[in-house]
Ligand binder design. Structure first.
Ligand code: FES
Length: 391
């Protein structure tokens, strides 16, 4: 029986067309996607002044505090909260460095390990409670990094491969490129392959390793050449990393500067609930309404919102006056990762500043995720003496 071959009609459809020749390109689309996404994520943080402003609900401080409410690593997040700003810078520049390294195929394994570490932490801190689990992006990113930890960037469009080739050339080591060829071609070359036997091996089973035809004499690589190769790899690799890191730092710095300039020039509307109700701190029955007094109803004009602290849980709450005398209130902790949602008057929606979940004002139901469900409703009533009570 003839060996299976892509050209053999009997086996047509069994072997993917040109799969063996294209396998070196297989990981390139995933590498470009991961690299591009991490560059974008890093630049987006650097360009957003609110990310580093501890007073903003979209800040790294607010996001970490929110994540610390629900995350399985909440003790670690609590311990790191005082250093949130530093962690924000490390994440932003880390994402930029990981993305550039991955896009260029430069120190790809190191970039992939760092990317997987970051994705694992984001999974534990932010998307651990996504349900079903595959709706959270971080776990997908975590596993998408694994092929690059195992195999590196490969030889196609990869700075690592170019550096290795340049170092080999300078060390005088001939670099023979790896090529994928079908096994039947090897068998045909391997000394008159015939029905599973090899004439060049005295009719013994065909074996590439022992084939005298394929066993070419390769030039000997001397220890000096290997040392030179190692040294040149380090020099060329370090120089390339230094140049790319410098360019990344300048890009990050310029992005941060432009982001701050734009923020001061443009006053876009953000979700905001600037009014905070003082609260009475104790149950009361005054005015004919029982519950915990939050503050004067006049502090929440029609079409606006105010925040308060829910005494039983310590969570932030949000109360809105929909029409005259009609109040709705919710636990303002976002069910996605625990950030505090705010009210966006222009959109007439409650919006989470961390990942953009949107909630219906009248019902608290989620309109768009990633929040898996709506906000927890609370009951707030206005007493006859004009105060709001949480019941
Ligand atoms: S915490 Fe992620 S959308 Fe709210």
């Amino acid at each position: 029986m003839p060996p299976p071959s892509p050209s053999n009609s009997r086996f047509a459809g069994i072997l993917p067309v040109r799969a063996w020749a294209l396998s070196e390109w297989a990981l390139l689309p995933l590498r470009l996607f991961l690299g591009g996404t991490f560059v974008f994520a890093g630049l987006q943080k650097l360009a957003n002044p609110a990310f580093f402003n501890s007073k903003s609900p979209a800040s790294i401080q607010a996001q970490m505090a929110g994540a610390a409410r629900l995350s399985p690593i909440r003790s670690l997040l609590h311990a790191m909260l005082p250093h949130a700003a530093l962690i924000g810078w490390i994440i932003a520049y880390g994402e930029l460095a990981i993305g550039i390294g991955t896009l260029l195929g430069l120190k790809t394994r190191i970039a992939a390990v760092a990317g997987a570490f970051l994705s694992l932490n984001l999974f534990l801190a932010v998307s651990f409670h996504s349900s079903p689990y595959f709706t959270g992006a971080d776990i997908v990113f975590l596993f998408a990094w694994l092929p690059f930890i195992i195999a590196g960037a490969g030889s196609r469009l990869s700075a690592d491969a170019m550096i290795a080739r340049a170092a080999a050339q300078q060390a005088g080591i001939a670099s023979s490129p790896l090529v994928a060829i079908p096994f039947e071609t090897v068998q045909a070359l391997c000394g008159n392959y015939d029905q599973g036997r090899c004439k060049a091996l005295s009719n013994r089973p065909c074996s590439c390793a022992r084939c005298p035809v394929l066993h070419a004499r390769l030039p000997q690589v001397t220890p000096v050449a290997i040392k030179t190769f190692d040294r040149r790899s380090v020099v060329i690799g370090s120089t390339t990393v230094a140049v790319v890191a410098g360019a990344a730092f300048v890009t990050g710095f310029l992005t941060t500067s432009v982001g701050h300039l734009e923020a001061s020039a443009v006053s876009g509307e953000k979700p905001s609930t600037s009014t905070t109700l003082p609260g009475a701190g104790s149950n009361s029955g005054s005015g004919g309404t029982r519950g915990t007094m939050l503050g004067p109803a006049s502090s929440v004009p029609i079409g606006s919102a105010a925040t308060f602290t829910i005494p039983s849980s310590g969570d932030p709450g949000i109360v809105l006056q929909l029409s005259k005398g009609t109040f709705v209130a919710y636990d303002a902790v976002c069910p996605h990762a625990g950030c505090q949602v705010g009210y966006a008057p222009s959109a007439k929606l409650m919006v989470c500043p961390c990942h953009g979940s949107e909630f219906e004002v009248a019902t608290g139901q989620v309109i768009s995720g990633p929040a898996p469900h709506g906000l927890t409703p609370l009951t707030v009533r206005e007493s006859s003496n004009g105060n709001l009570y949480l019941q």
